[in-house]
Design a protein around this ligand. Structure first.
Ligand SMILES: [Zn+2]
Length: 311
């Protein structure tokens, strides 16, 4: 299914942010902010310092010597099938949020996107793995006191099941506010496309496939990129942190269906294990990506360091 058209030639080899090569495709990490140290113990309470200490490979990048998990917020940007694609849009700037780590940010996220030639006007496709606050923020930005789509010429894609779940959900004020400032304006501009994602997945462009990964939220999707025999998978929040490779049973406190979330996580990891496919963690701090290798009852992440900016 082809869901978007581009209006000008896409850059063939953007090379200004940290990136990984997946076949012919460069996948860039667009940094937003590191998340504060309190995030790990709140989000993944079973990942105690004792559990983390058992897995040497987590340190120093994914956890500190004190066992505190490192997490961050970023998007991935790539050009595939002639389309400039952004996967997830982070927390956003200037949004009123109860969580102080998310409240009223002032990051240079758009300048980082511009470094690879992505402008608000030329992004073709925005894929939202799920409709949580820290994945939809840059959907919109403030223009003249109102929230307007940041990428006015893009199609924004999310799964139909995800949208329909939240549409029927009894939201608290905070979540309703988030929808009002970050989802509704996109919908009202006619830019939101809802995709029915079957269990086996669905192609949305040549080399770009959405996979159904329910549990964290009912309609969550992961995004698979394929080129020249190589593949990469953007996890969304099916996996929040690499410690969940060693312990797939560890869930997050915000998983809506923890049993299903664990089954999805185990299936994703099994699918990737020992295939050489690249896992791109939506909240993994640098090095962010790696190959999944079976170890004991679980897995470990063999990091693949991004090529540095400017190369
Ligand atoms: Zn998240």
């Amino acid at each position: 299914m082809r869901t978007a058209q581009f209006t000008e030639p896409a850059p063939s080899s953007p090379r200004a942010l940290a990136h990984w090569s997946v076949g012919e495709i460069a996948v860039h990490r667009v940094d937003e902010v590191p998340l504060p140290p309190a995030t790990g113990p709140w989000l993944l309470p079973a990942a105690t310092p004792d559990v983390v200490a058992e897995h040497e490979w987590l340190r120093p990048d994914f956890a500190g010597a004190d066992g505190v998990l490192h997490l961050d917020s970023h998007s991935f940007a790539l050009v595939v099938d002639g389309l400039r694609v952004l996967v997830d849009t982070g927390i956003g700037n200037g949004k009123t949020r109860a969580n102080p780590a998310w409240h009223d940010l002032r990051t240079d996220y758009l300048a980082r996107l511009a470094d690879i030639g992505f402008t608000p006007e030329n992004v073709d496709l925005v894929i939202l793995t799920h409709l949580h606050t820290d994945h939809v923020g840059w959907n919109t930005r403030e223009v003249d006191g109102a929230w307007a789509p940041t990428f006015p010429n893009a199609r924004y894609l999310t799964s139909k099941a995800e949208y329909e779940f939240w549409a029927a959900y009894e939201m608290d004020d905070a979540r309703r506010g988030m929808f009002r400032d970050s989802v509704v304006p996109v919908e009202e501009a006619g830019l939101l496309d809802l995709v029915a994602v079957p269990a086996e997945g669905i192609d949305v462009a040549d080399g770009l496939r959405l996979l159904s990964t329910p549990g964290h939220t009912p309609g969550q999707i992961a995004v698979q990129v394929s080129s020249a025999g190589a593949t990469a998978l953007v996890t969304g929040d099916a996996v929040h942190h690499p410690v969940q490779l060693a312990h797939p049973e560890i869930g997050s406190c915000v998983d809506i269906d923890p049993v299903r979330a664990e089954a999805t996580r185990r299936a994703l990891l099994a699918r990737l294990a020992d295939t050489g496919g690249l896992l791109l963690g939506t909240h993994f701090p640098a090095p962010t990506a790696g190959r999944v290798v079976a170890e004991g009852d679980g897995y470990l992440l063999e990091p693949v360091v991004a090529a540095p900016a400017g190369r």
